[in-house]
Write a protein that binds this ligand. Sequence first.
Ligand code: ADP
Ligand code: MG
Length: 627
Amino acid sequence: MCEENPSRPKRLRRSSALRVPQVRWAGLATGLFVLGALTSLAGGPSWLSWLLYLVCYAAGGWEPALAGLKALRHKTLDVDLLMIAAAIGAAAIGQVFDGALLIVIFATSGALEAVATQRTEDSVRGLLDVAPETATRVTSSGAEEIVDAAILDVGDLLMIRPGERIGGDGIVVDGASEVDQAHITGEPLPADKARGDEVFAGTVNGTGSLRVRVSRPAAETVIARMVAMVAEASASKARTQLFIEKVEQRYSVGMVVATVALLVVPLLLGADLRSALLRAMTFMIVASPCALVLSTMPPLLAVIANAGRHGVLVKSAVVLEKLATVTHVAFDKTGTLTHGTPRLKQIRSFDGARSEAELLSLAASAEHPSEHPLGRAIVAAAQLAGLPVRQATEFVATPGRGVRARVGADVVDVGAAPAAVDDSGDTAVEVRVNGIAAGVLTLADHARVEAADAVARLRALTGTEPVLLTGDNQRAAASLACGIGIVDVRSGLLPADKVTAVRGLQGDGGRVLLVGDGINDAPAMAAAHVAVAMGRSGSDLALETADAVITRDDLATLPTVLALARRARRVVAANLVIAASFIVVLVAWDLFGHLPLPLGVAGHEGSTILVGLNGLRLLRDRAWTAS
Ligand code: ADP
Ligand code: MG
């Protein structure tokens, strides 16, 4: 099959800054400015250089002017509009070169900002491109039909041919292939898939062919959830933007008042119009908060984009600011520090009245509706053994404890065993039938390989001991914690206890980052200063409650994001100092000395560009690898 990978050419195009219209207009304005300057240097006719400068005004200024006028209609004052007004004022008193210079640098800094925003949005929105559109469904008669991927439901059988994009989340029932999952999990190498393995919608099949049984409805696939979160991210970003615009708004109005005063007062005192106008205009330019406005968002957005590329979805800039101030880290165990794919190790029937197979079949039937990793493991074990998994009714889950359901005539409880049944450090769940303990299932899960290193780096970063908060028994918790270097272990916690633990840590001014995946973690996530969910094992509720999601399912990204968030905060602080210093010095110079207009323009716009570029540094891959 010669179908090309559709994401490749798009990505190439994406990297070109020229795609951003602001960049093209800024380039044109710069070209015209240079031509104008050369013309006057070469002693060309002054009407020609004037013409070139004025076209430069139009090329660099029309867009911000239009946006500024639109804003004015909604009774908001745009700093951009003030810049344009200053440039026109400059031309009016014959300083067309200075005005054009202002326009050129102004357009350039605008273009820089646009590129930064574009890059950020692209990084996150790249996810949308990989959402599958159609799938090949195999009907019960064995025929194949092409259907809209959005209508796929649990139980549908899909045929995946070589090179095809997989249409839904599901389990391989036949065939073998390697699948490129980079978009979903960030794994650079294709993963081998065979019977029993899980595949994800939006990933790309390699050279083999697969039959996949859909395991999640289209709206709940991992990719669909990510897309929903992207939408959420842009909404919350807008709120931050709104706040900044509000501050900018007041400042701008004050600035206009000051400018008018600076013009009128000297005139009343008998100064000449030209010099009063020049000073007022210079003031308006150097006092305008362009650099201040550009101090905050670009570094934060750059880190959000960088993190997105490396498998961490940070939902908003506010979240990033919070991540930078974290003092304590608390982890959930199952699915967070462990893979969350436990395997059934042992079945013990208590009274011998039921065979182990019967016990497992009963437990699996009760667990079938459960989203919990333990529940899924029990169902998988029963299915693998070919045991019947019956339809349960009256299903109730108690997060952090277990499930209860009616299976046939029996009420079956599956949940935390009252005491540790052995000292292996495994998780034990008890099966009760009609209130009587019938047996115990033992399940073992593995710690993630990168967990120990991530814990050590987080300890070094925060200077506090990471904490383990788990609903599992003390022995299982201690055995895992010991292996990865956590000493503060709190076990047997119900969801509400996790909240209490988080509040306790926050009691004396601590700011807790909670990392979790389960429904049982959601209340504690909401109580924490900031919460991160594991993308792959994460329940919908956890993904929704969390402020950031580790889509790549790699704990090592956590300390990196924390370090980068701190770095972004330092860059923001440095930017604010740079921007404020320039404003103070240039304003003082203009008010108390004589600041030439071109110097004012260069200083003001120079600081804007400096600040913009400073933020963009965090977009580079090196910023990630060095953190
Ligand atoms: P963690 O906090 O480590 O993620 P949970 O709070 O989800 O763990 O679960 C705590 C304990 O409650 C588990 O170790 C298990 O004994 C029991 N439990 C919770 N949900 C289930 C379930 N669906 N089936 C069986 N046991 C469960
Ligand atoms: Mg968990």
